[in-house]
Design a protein around this ligand. Sequence first.
Ligand SMILES: C[S@@+](CC[C@H](N)C(=O)[O-])C[C@H]1O[C@@H](n2cnc3c(N)ncnc32)[C@H](O)[C@@H]1O
Length: 314
Amino acid sequence: MQLFPLFKGIATYIPFLYDATRGQTGGSVTARYCYSVWLRHLRTMSAVCGLVPMRRAAELGPGDSIGIGLAAMLTGVDHLESLDVVRYAVAARNRSIFRELVGLFRRREPIPGDSEFPDLQPRLTDYDFPHDLLPDARLEELLDEERISSIEAALDERPSSRSIDYHVPWDARDLPHGARLDVLYSQAVLEHVENLQSTHNALANFMRPGGIAIHAIDFRSHCITPGWDGHLQYSPALWRLVKGRRPYLLNRKSPGEHLDALARAGFEVLAQIRTKAEPTVAPAALAIAFRDWTEADRETAAMTVVARFKAVHA
Ligand SMILES: C[S@@+](CC[C@H](N)C(=O)[O-])C[C@H]1O[C@@H](n2cnc3c(N)ncnc32)[C@H](O)[C@@H]1O
């Protein structure tokens, strides 16, 4: 077992060495990433459940900017809730990403693919601009100057017919009563969420029946260890040291546990798209807590789940 992750975790307790609010999460810091993520989600959702009406959306864990949500707004969302636990997104970055996104949509740029973002999920077979989902006439309406200005006004917290709420740290009480979300999505977030079941339960309360959730979950060690699954070697006690004072790290839930949590919260899983990788940790070197994972779960490096909300959980 590598000791470096333990030293790194312990170092987070040393004042001045670590500040959770400094730094970036690395993804939604560029417009092209946000554009790629949202169009991949849109393409994947439509392949599974056809055209999804999308006026109200929420994103869990937007990270460095709310740009993925801004891309969603440029494809039809009018009300966006962005829910995070650390305030990474800053207004100036949101604004410049928004302006770049408008250009990307106006030019109907192809979806940035695997050569530009080799680890990004969900993968697509075709990275052309989705003209079938966003035909010219519809895109003209969506990119109309009045609509763009209203989204900019919402970004600047000026009066607008569109709305954007960024809640940090979010709480279920932040979501407006009867929010009735059409779409809930996350990118590389659910593997970090400590209390997975209560998070899904809280979000489920705001879904409209029939609303769609799409979550891309990354099961790799996020470079904490050299092997992609090396984080599964640490016992829960040692993992607490690896995590240190960081507000979140990896919850190390199996793909199966993620699917169960969604189902218990009232979501019907419609599709699970898995990316496989050969495990690097021998079964005997796994912490006991992870030895009962199924073979399929052990080989899953990433998974995108599409689910339909059926009913409020029990
Ligand atoms: C790896 S970053 C991904 C950020 C962004 N989605 C992207 O694709 O670039 C993980 C994000 O999840 C957020 N996060 C962690 N736990 C969370 C929770 N319980 N609720 C909401 N967001 C959470 C983090 O603050 C961070 O913004």
